[in-house]
Design a protein around this ligand. Structure first.
Ligand code: GLN
Length: 424
């Protein structure tokens, strides 16, 4: 279709009964679908067909959903624009000539264009929330462990979760209801604590009376003017509806982008070792020894951004530099987590712009990876702290949609859904 939201269009009908009967769902192409190719946006997996369904896909079928295809994404989830895909960029249906955000840009674009009712993405450092914000839809990153990662092709395991995208907060909550829950195939899944509110769709009631919302200066100050204005208008609206607004401070988030990229690249360098043309991935064109053959497979199979990250991650984990980079990044991660814990003693949710900038023009950010990494400043702290967060539309600038992000304490999905629904 017109926006290049899908890598593979294929309809698999649900059985027609269950809570998602008659609804269409698009699936990010790093989530395994039995007998339907799953490319991760990479040349190396262009022909790869998984033998099994991811747990979330099984649950969609059980809920009666119809799958309409596999969506475009930055290669292996590495990007913020969907331009690192080997299958060409996706266009933003809500902002002409601009990127849809990433890495789940195809999923957000499919929902924004009405090519699917709902979609699944994955969020390692913002990849559900960023494209939701840029395309003017809703995206939710669950608490680490709420949703099974079984069948998700790993980028950085300790950070990522599969999450729902939808036109409305209620829609995202309904999809979360279907995919959440313990999975014997993923030992990192956890049950919410006793007494936690877990009927997510019912939580989309818009009732923010008595809710305390913390606004961290560190995540608002640097934002683009238009983004800030839209954000402040949403905060004023929440206050009008009965929420209490408080300034809070999260000093640790200044270290979050650096820490995130060290950890994400380190984990990626280990995870992507399997794409050697023997275990997974297309075979390299080499008659040499195994070393040369692996190198040839990666040379041909991976794009620029993936190569950059495998190299940097390998470097950060190497014996001589491990303490200097990887260990320090883990210390920063612990600090971010502690900062959020202390803040949630004070407030119920934390709000900020999802992205500090409006959607980039197509092609604009490709030459400057560092600029692209910095755009993740508001989303990555959430993954470092394993917390839930939702991005909800908060108006527009001339350059496209703006999203507001609500972050909650661990397993506080119901609270952020409630806060988000108040803006609809
Ligand atoms: N933009 C971030 C990155 O490139 C986040 C990606 C993601 O969440 N998968 O790593």
């Amino acid at each position: 279709m017109s926006y290049n939201a899908f890598i593979t269009e294929e309809t698999i009908e649900g059985d027609g009964s269950g809570p998602l009967a008659g609804r269409t769902v698009a699936i990010k192409d790093n989530i395994s679908t039995a007998n339907v190719r799953t490319t991760c946006g990479s040349n190396t997996l262009a022909e790869y067909v998984p033998p099994y369904d991811a747990t979330v896909v099984e649950r969609l079928f059980e809920a009666g959903a119809t799958i309409v295809g596999k969506t475009n994404m930055d290669e292996f989830g590495m990007g913020t624009t969907t331009e690192t895909s080997a299958f060409g960029p996706t266009e933003n249906p809500a902002a002409d000539g601009r990127v849809p955000g990433g890495s789940s840009g195809g999923s957000a674009a499919a929902v924004a264009a009405g090519e699917a009712d709902l979609a699944l993405g994955s969020d390692t450092g913002g990849s559900v929330r960023c494209p939701a914000a840029f395309c003017g839809v809703v995206g939710l990153k669950p608490t680490y462990g709420l949703v099974s990662r079984y069948g998700l092709v790993a980028y950085a395991n300790s950070l990522e979760q599969i999450g729902p995208l939808a036109p409305t907060v209620g829609g995202a909550a309904e999809l979360l209801d279907v995919i959440a829950g313990l999975d014997p195939n993923d030992a990192t899944t956890r049950a919410p604590p006793e007494g936690a509110e877990t009927d997510y769709a019912a939580a989309a009631d818009g009732d923010v009376g008595g809710l305390t919302i913390g606004v961290p200066t560190e995540l608002t100050e640097g934002a683009d003017d238009g983004v800030r204005t839209a954000f402040e208008e949403s905060i004023t609206e929440l206050e009008r509806q009965g929420a209490t607004i408080e300034d809070v401070s999260l000093p640790s988030v200044e270290t979050a982008v650096q820490a995130y990229y060290v950890i994400a690249m380190s984990e990626a360098s280990s995870n992507l070792a399997r794409f050697d043309g023997v275990r997974y991935g297309t075979k390299g064109d080499s008659d040499g020894n195994w070393n040369e053959s692996f190198a040839a497979a990666r040379e041909a199979g991976f794009g620029e951004e993936v190569k950059r990250r495998v190299l940097l991650g390998t470097y950060a984990l190497s014996a001589g530099y491990h303490d200097k980079y990887y260990k320090r990044a883990q210390d920063a991660r612990a600090w971010v987590k502690q900062d959020f814990d202390e803040t949630f003693d004070q407030v119920d949710v934390v709000a900020s712009p999802t992205m500090p900038v409006p959607p980039f023009e197509l092609g604009e950010s490709l030459d400057d990876p560092l600029q692209m990494y910095l755009a993740d400043a508001n989303t990555v702290p959430v993954n470092l702290a394993n917390l839930p967060a939702i991005s909800v539309p908060a108006g527009e600038t001339d350059e496209g949609p703006v999203g507001i992000q609500f972050v909650g304490p661990a397993f506080g999905e119901a609270t952020i859904i409630r806060a988000g629904s108040a803006l609809e």
